[in-house]
Design a protein around this ligand. Structure first.
Ligand SMILES: Nc1ncnc2c1ncn2[C@@H]1O[C@H](COP(=O)(O)OP(=O)(O)O)[C@@H](O)[C@H]1O
Ligand SMILES: [Mg+2]
Length: 265
């Protein structure tokens, strides 16, 4: 499904601000795999996702989706195969539009169908109501509420629904619950897991919460210095503890700064 093959990315090459953000990163995700990504601040997690999304070209290496090399495609050209959710609840939805209008807009992304000329058709409206119910945040009763009036957690959940509405080939989540309180974060994470499983979406989820990284998904990778140093899946992942994860990090990175690099980031 997704193959990242030995990619490199250096920012500001040859200047005093040079930063080797990705250094020979490789990762292959199978269809429907839900991979959590952890690593300290600056390890290159967001850079990896930006490379997949085509925010800029990588310096070398290749990125394949379903066997097709997409390295040469720009961000816009890759957009139709991707769903993305970022940390900031203010992005991803239109504040001055209703919940149902936001969903209808997401459903029409990339299509020529004229937008909401006659309002949202009844059947479509009901489809959205059912989808909103699955989020378990009471949004199904507030479909004509302007999104700007929602809480951060409600907005993130809606953004998630919009990002997955057209069943993207890849779902990229970059700390999408980091700005939420723990209880709301758990709700959004549960909704994430349900949607990913229902639609069998190939997913990468960056988190700085090691417990969440262990609890959600069926694969876990840890990044350090621009590449992957730990890769755990299946039964091994299920039974992983935070302590074991810290040990794996120390072994892989050759440092015992695990506490600083992971826990405090
Ligand atoms: N657009 C950019 N320009 C310059 N440096 C960048 C850019 N994006 C990321 N970096 C640098 O690359 C490194 C990795 O960043 P990032 O991928 O955001 O880390 P993470 O998401 O793991 O915290 C950091 O040192 C960061 O400052
Ligand atoms: Mg980041």
């Amino acid at each position: 499904m997704l193959e990242i093959k030995n990619i490199y990315k250096t920012f500001n090459a040859g200047t005093i601000n040079e930063k080797k953000a990705l250094q020979g990163l490789s990762l292959t995700l199978k269809d429907g795999e839900f991979c959590t990504v952890i690593g300290g601040n600056g390890a290159g997690k967001s850079t990896m996702m930006n490379a997949v999304a085509g925010v800029w070209p990588v310096d070398s290496g290749a990125i394949l989706v379903d066997g097709v090399d997409i390295s040469g495609l720009c961000e816009h050209q890759r957009a139709s195969m991707l769903g993305r959710v970022f940390q900031d609840p203010m992005t991803g939805t239109a504040a001055d539009m209703q919940i149902v209008e936001n969903l209808a807009l997401a459903a029409r992304r990339g299509s020529r169908r004229s937008f909401l000329k006659w309002g949202v058709p009844k059947a479509e409206y009901e489809t959205y109501r059912e989808l909103l119910k699955t989020l378990d945040l009471g949004l199904e009763d507030r479909m004509t509420t302007k999104v700007g009036l929602l809480s951060g957690g409600q907005r993130q959940a809606l953004t998630l629904l919009m990002a997955t509405l057209k069943k993207p080939k890849l779902l990229l989540l970059d700390e999408h619950t980091a700005a939420l309180d723990p209880k709301t974060a758990a709700k959004v994470l549960d909704a994430t897991q349900r949607i990913v499983e229902k639609d069998h979406l190939t997913t990468m989820m960056i988190t700085h919460n090691m417990r969440d990284a262990i609890a959600y998904g069926n694969r876990l990778v840890m990044m350090y210095d621009g590449h992957i140093v730990v890769d755990v899946s299946g039964e091994e992942k299920k039974h992983l503890t935070v302590e074991q994860l810290l040990n794996l990090f120390s072994q892989a990175s050759g440092s015992d700064e695990a506490d600083d690099k992971l826990l405090l980031s």
